[in-house]
Design a binder for this molecule. Structure first.
Ligand code: NAD
Length: 490
């Protein structure tokens, strides 16, 4: 098979501050590695407080004018950015695949499609956003103003680089805020290309500022800067805790979308073939680097053996290969460190008594991907619910199977976790589905489907999976400050 072509020569990524692309003040850059090859292919700014101070100065200068810009005009500029994403979809998808390691077909159909959809959705949503009024019969009328907060910070992870980046900045900008945004230092490329599109679309200077760099330096500086009034963060639960503590004394408004270890509940009365396919997808899509992936698979005892055999067959159909090839289902993990973390958990699972049903090894490809970070999709049985493999978020291609006797036990197993992000239930019994959906501890429940998203719905988790909700009106409410005004009738 011919090697897929290299997409980029070494490229220097730049910060986007005050409407212009510029290197970091310090002149320092971080190496940016292509996960499929293990090679450094671009350089990411290693920004620091000097870049942040400059961005804050320009964002503050732009604030009043952006807040006072007619909603319809803000919506028009955002729609123009969404159109430019569509027009550049192939280029952006290729860049996402090179930067992240995910299959090119996935980048195009999911990541880049959704990045444009996010922006278009909030461009429309802001034109329909309204606030409440409450009448106290003949005594008084209350009305609630929802004004933009001012300057806000948006920090996003590497698993859906442009998709999750736009999921935050679109509602923030639509609501009239100015934004300092930081993408993950592991996957900065599409946010950089996005800044070029913002310039092309005529987004006024200073309204959005994108600063690249490390979480512990520029990320921490964004979260603790007193001029930044709210933080919308997506990332790991441990980082969420650090941000909560760091911002506590400033009483900053926080939206935290954190980790998951999501249960999948398969009942004997499920639509068998469809469920096998969807459970495999929910476990291993995007190399299982989705916070919503179902990595704890619980199967009713009476169909356990039959279902597990079919699931193994389904998982073994996944083609692990160069992510730039269109026939690839399963690409590289995002970094060498992350690959080593996943391999550590596979070894740990075996020490904990687990049996590997399929997978379990690093994949060594030939050709241009010979030094890439590939791991087989791995299914493990024979573990207790309490072991580390089943309690800690691996965020890589490792899923476990366990059996349950009845609905009550399925619910107990599902809720036996510090996380509470998502759950999927597979059964034809509508009453059971309603009962379980209500009792399961998760912010999102899918019944006979997975990852079916309506952008109007609340998105987020409970317990260690987060604080607050994104999506639809929830996001616009987060990025505005409600003020109630009570007027007594004369
Ligand atoms: P991470 O927490 O390491 O980093 C996320 C972002 O925060 C990056 O931009 C990073 O540079 C920055 N950061 C790191 N330390 C920081 C600090 N002290 N202060 C401020 N910023 C800091 O997470 P990751 O490894 O990039 O992403 C994987 C995690 O994200 C997983 O736990 C996954 O479940 C979670 N995730 C959650 C959702 C959701 O919607 N709930 C979606 C996607 C990913």
């Amino acid at each position: 098979m011919a090697d897929a072509p290299l997409v980029y020569n070494m490229k220097q990524i730049l910060n986007y501050i005050n409407g212009a692309l510029q290197p970091p003040e310090s002149g320092r850059f971080l190496d940016n590695v292509e996960p499929a090859t293990g090679q450094i292919y671009s350089l990411c700014p290693d920004s620091d407080h000097l870049d942040l101070e400059a961005a804050i100065k320009y964002a503050q200068a732009a604030q009043q004018s952006w807040t006072n810009t007619a909603t319809e005009k803000r919506a028009r500029i955002l729609s123009q950015i969404a159109d430019l994403i569509d027009q550049n979809a192939d280029r952006l998808a290729a860049a996402e695949t090179v930067d992240n390691g995910k299959p090119i077909t996935f980048s195009k159909a999911v990541d880049i499609y959704r990045a444009a959809a996010n922006i278009r959705f909030f461009a429309h949503a802001i034109t329909q956003f309204s606030s409440e009024s409450h009448s106290m019969e003949n005594t008084a009328i209350n009305y609630t103003l929802r004004d933009p907060i001012g300057l806000v910070g948006c920090i996003s992870p590497w698993n859906f680089p442009l998709y999750l980046f736009t999921w935050k900045i679109a509602p923030a900008l639509a609501a009239g805020n100015t934004v300092i945004a930081k993408p993950s230092e592991l996957t900065p490329m599409t946010a950089y290309l996005f800044s070029e599109l913002c310039i092309q679309a005529g987004l006024p200077a200073g309204v959005l500022n994108i600063i690249h760099g490390r979480g512990t330096t520029i990320g921490a500086a964004i979260t603790t800067h007193p001029a930044i009034k709210a933080i919308s963060f997506t990332g790991g639960s441990q980082t969420g805790t650090v941000i909560k503590k760091a911002t506590a004394e400033q009483h900053k408004k926080l939206s935290l979308e954190l980790g998951g270890k999501n249960p999948t509940l398969v009942f004997a009365d499920c639509d068998f073939n469809h469920t096998v396919q969807e459970v495999a997808r929910s476990a291993f899509a995007n190399q299982e680097q989705i916070c919503l992936c179902g990595s704890r698979i619980y199967i009713e005892q009476s169909i356990y053996d039959h279902f597990v055999n079919a699931l193994v067959d389904e998982v073994e159909k996944l083609n692990v290969n160069d992510p730039l090839l269109p026939e690839t289902h399963f690409g590289a993990l995002v970094s060498e460190a992350h690959m080593n973390k996943v391999l550590f958990y596979i070894k740990l699972a075996q020490e904990e008594g687990g049996q590997i049903l399929t997978g379990g090894h690093q994949v060594h490809l030939n050709g241009r991907c010979r030094n890439g970070f590939f791991v087989e999709p791995t299914l493990i049985s024979g573990l207790t619910n309490q072991c580390r493999t089943n309690q800690e978020e691996i965020f890589g291609p490792v899923a476990t199977v366990q059996s349950f006797k009845n609905e009550e036990e399925a619910l107990t197993l599902a809720n036996d976790s510090m996380f509470g992000l998502a759950c999927s239930i597979w059964s034809q019994d509508v009453n059971r589905c309603h009962r379980l959906a209500k009792q399961v501890e998760a912010g999102i429940v899918w019944v006979n489907c997975w990852l079916l998203r309506d952008l109007r719905t609340p998105f987020g988790g409970t317990k260690a999976s987060g604080l607050g909700r994104e999506g639809g009106q929830e996001a616009l409410r987060f990025f505005t400050e409600p003020k109630n005004i009570c007027i007594r009738y004369g």
